[in-house]
Design a protein around this ligand. Structure first.
Ligand SMILES: [Fe+2]
Length: 415
C-alpha cells in the first residue's frame, strides 16, 4: 500500500514540514475561542484536530521508534477511535475540553515536530516507520479538510456569522455547460488502486467488476438545478424519496441544502454569507437528497465503479484546496470528477474482494467502518491535490451534510 522506498528521508521531511505548516495556516483567521467549539457530535473543535494529527505521529511513528510521550493524558484526549491502543475521550464531548489551551496544543505540535525532524535526520529509519510517516501526512490532509468543514459548521451556528477565512478570492463567473450524458465503460473492468503511489487499504485489492450499459453526467449538478428541485416542491412529495430519506427530512425539517437561507438566495461559506452562484455545484446535501433529485429528474446516481472508470478517462486537476477558493466553482473545461465536491455514489461502502486491513492498530483506520455508509468519490474544494486520485474512497452516513457533498447523475442504457 505504501511505496516509499524510493523516497529519501529529506523529501519526506520536506513534505512533513509543508503539510504541518499548512494545517496551522488554515487557522490564521480564527480566534482561540473559535477553536474550542463543537457544534454537533460529528464536528470536532479546531484545536482538537491540531492535537489529534500530532498525536497520530507521536503514537504511530515516534513511540515505535522509542521516543517518549510528551504527556500521557494527551494519549487519552487525542486518540480518536483506535480501541486497540487504549481508552479515549468521548467524541461527542470534545467541545468540553477548555484545557489544554490552544497555545499548549501549539507547543505540543512544535515539540513533536522537533522530534520527528530529529528522528528522520538519522540515516537508518525502518521502511515501516517511513511508511507510517507518509500515512500520517495523508491523515493530516484528511484533517485539514475536516478542520475547514467543521469550523464552517461552527461559525454557521453563530448569529454573528464570522468568516473562517477573511479574504478568499472570488471564483470566476463561468457558466456551467449544458448537462450531457457520456457513455461509460461496459463489461468487465478493473477497479481499485494498481499503481506505485500511495493509497489507503480500502482502495485495494485491484479487482474485476461488471458494468452494465450506462452513461454518466458531464459535470456536477448545480445550485441552480437544485433550486428548481426545491421550488418544484420535491421536499413535500414522498414519491421521490427513499423511506429513510423521507423520515430524515421530516425528522430534521430539511427543505433545502444545509447552508442555504430560507429564501434560497444566499449561502453560508467559509468567507461568510454570499449570494448563491447558480452555476456552481450544489453541496451540503445528504445522500437522500442526492438520490431524491436523481429520481425526480428521471435518472439515478452512478455506482462507485461507474464513477471510477469515468474519472480515470477524464481525470484532470480540478478545484482543490490549492486553488484557494475553498468553495465549489462552475465547471469550465473540467468534468469535475476531481475537486469541487465529494460525489455521492449509489454504492454502499464495502470491502473489495480479498480486502485485508493494514496489520496492527492501523487496521482500524478504514475497515471497521464498512457498515451502513455510502461511498463518496473525487475530493472537494478543500481536498489537497497530493491527496486525491480516481481510486480514492471516502465514506459517510447517508444523512451527512456538513461536508462538501454533491453529486452527478447517471442513467441506464440499452445493451
Ligand atoms: Fe484522525
Amino acid at each position: 500500500m505504501l511505496d516509499i522506498v524510493e523516497t529519501s528521508n529529506d523529501a519526506l521531511l520536506d513534505r512533513f514540514k509543508k503539510t504541518r505548516a499548512m494545517t496551522v495556516a488554515l487557522t490564521a483567521d480564527l480566534q482561540a475561542e473559535d477553536m474550542v467549539v463543537q457544534s454537533m457530535p460529528d464536528v470536532s473543535p479546531t484545536k482538537w484536530h491540531l492535537a489529534h494529527v500530532t498525536w497520530f505521529f507521536e503514537r504511530f511513528v515516534l513511540e515505535p521508534c522509542g521516543v517518549e510521550r510528551f504527556k500521557d493524558e494527551y494519549h487519552y484526549l487525542f486518540n480518536s477511535y483506535y480501541n486497540s491502543v487504549g481508552e479515549m475521550h468521548p467524541r461527542a464531548r470534545r467541545g468540553e475540553l477548555s484545557r489544554p489551551t490552544v497555545a499548549e496544543i501549539l507547543d505540543y505540535r512544535a515539540r513533536v515536530d522537533e522530534q520527528m525532524v530529529e528522528l528522520f535526520r538519522k540515516d537508518r529509519i525502518p521502511d515501516d516507520c517511513r511508511a507510517t510517516l507518509l500515512l500520517g501526512l495523508h491523515h493530516e490532509r484528511q484533517h485539514q479538510e475536516l478542520l475547514l468543514t467543521d469550523i464552517k459548521h461552527v461559525l454557521f451556528g453563530n448569529p454573528l456569522a464570522p468568516a473562517a477565512c477573511a479574504s478568499l478570492p472570488r471564483p470566476p463567473g463561468t457558466a456551467a455547460p449544458a448537462y450531457e450524458f457520456n457513455s461509460g465503460d461496459t463489461g468487465i473492468v478493473r477497479i481499485g488502486h494498481d499503481s506505485d503511489g500511495f493509497c489507503f487499504d480500502n482502495e485495494t485489492p485491484s479487482h474485476d467488476a461488471l458494468l452494465h450499459p450506462h452513461s454518466i453526467g458531464n459535470r456536477l449538478i448545480t445550485n441552480g438545478e437544485y433550486r428548481e428541485f426545491v421550488k418544484a416542491g420535491a421536499y413535500d412529495e414522498p414519491a421521490h424519496w427513499l423511506s429513510d430519506g423521507w423520515a430524515a427530512i421530516r425528522q430534521h425539517g430539511w427543505n433545502r441544502p444545509l447552508y442555504w437561507d430560507p429564501a434560497l438566495e444566499t449561502e453560508f461559506t467559509l468567507a461568510g454569507w454570499q449570494e448563491i452562484n447558480e452555476h456552481a455545484p450544489v453541496t451540503h446535501v445528504s445522500y437522500y437528497e442526492a438520490d431524491a433529485f436523481a429520481r425526480w429528474s428521471g435518472h439515478r446516481l452512478p455506482t462507485e465503479f461507474e464513477w471510477e472508470r469515468a474519472a480515470i478517462r477524464e481525470e484532470t486537476d480540478g478545484n482543490l484546496l490549492e486553488s484557494g477558493y475553498l468553495q465549489p466553482v462552475a465547471s469550465s473545461d473540467s468534468r469535475q470528477f476531481i475537486g469541487d465536491a465529494w460525489e455521492w455514489t449509489s454504492s454502499a461502502y464495502l470491502p473489495y474482494p480479498g480486502f485485508r486491513p493494514l496489520a496492527g492498530s492501523l487496521g482500524e483506520y478504514n475497515g471497521k467502518f464498512m457498515c451502513n455508509q455510502m461511498t463518496v468519490r473525487g475530493g472537494s474544494c478543500v481536498t489537497a491535490s497530493d491527496h486525491i486520485r480516481a481510486s480514492y474512497r471516502s465514506f459517510f452516513y447517508p444523512d451527512a451534510r456538513w461536508q462538501f457533498l454533491g453529486f452527478r447523475l447517471a442513467r441506464d442504457e440499452n445493451a
